[in-house]
Design a binder for this molecule. Sequence first.
Ligand code: FMN
Ligand code: SF4
Ligand code: SF4
Length: 250
Amino acid sequence: MILYFSATGNSKYVAERIAAAFDDTAVSIEKADTEITLSENEMLGFVTPVNWWELPILTREYMQRLTVKNYHAPYAYIVTTYGTTPGCTFADAKRILKARGVQLNAGFSIKMPDNWTPIFDLSEPQKVRQQNDEAEKYIDAVLENIRDKKTGNLMQHKKPIAVKIFTDPFLNSERKTKNFYVEDTCIGCGLCAKRCPVQAIEIKNKKPVWVKNQCALCLRCLHHCPKFAIQYGNGKTRQHGQYRNPHTKV
Ligand SMILES: Cc1cc2nc3c(=O)[nH]c(=O)nc-3n(C[C@H](O)[C@H](O)[C@H](O)COP(=O)(O)O)c2cc1C
Ligand code: SF4
Ligand code: SF4
């Protein structure tokens, strides 16, 4: 079984590629039970983005609640899709899963377009296409490593778990939903509210309103709005464009 979280499709696409290569099943953690049973010799995989050098809140919370009944997976791995660094995601996941009785054997990373558009510019389709084309070779390498049941933290550009001292408070402050704003082009379609994984958005008077002070900050709402009406922070997001992985739909 491959459990994934994905806001804009990168991690979903990678989970689907792994599933196809190993005749496995990819399941979104938004739909998966937190109690799972594996068949004999079934591998356990996680695929997730990176958020501020860490696991996204939703991935972490899912792992913290996970129960694998009669755990006997011969091999468990995590793959992170990232733009600049997967940070301490392997060490973090290993620690959380150990407390749930799961031994994480390996960590891999795949460089893909960085959907943190308050900083990164994804407005040039050709550059984005090139980044996705390049990701194919990293995906193939990860498939090879899983096939060979490689072990250890094989992520690129990784950071030690001590970075959490700095990144935890930063992530918490950036998650404030007051940083979002909506432009006049909004047509009140309600898609953002429907797709938000933590129900942080409600439509009131045909406009989205953030009804929670903090959210998971996955940016799914910003990248999927059909009118690109949702923006975040300093105004750079409009000029940096929207992103959705071209190979799959979230
Ligand atoms: C809030 C936020 C923080 C992020 N932080 C990092 C980071 O620290 N390092 C990194 O390489 N990518 C970071 N990213 C980029 C995503 O991890 C990357 O684009 C990922 O492939 C997106 O996966 P998805 O399309 O499955 O959602 C961040 C994205 C968001 C939304
Ligand atoms: S998805 Fe976009 S257009 Fe639709 S309600 Fe939300 S902000 Fe408005
Ligand atoms: S409000 Fe937007 S960024 Fe925040 S969790 Fe919901 S979809 Fe993700």
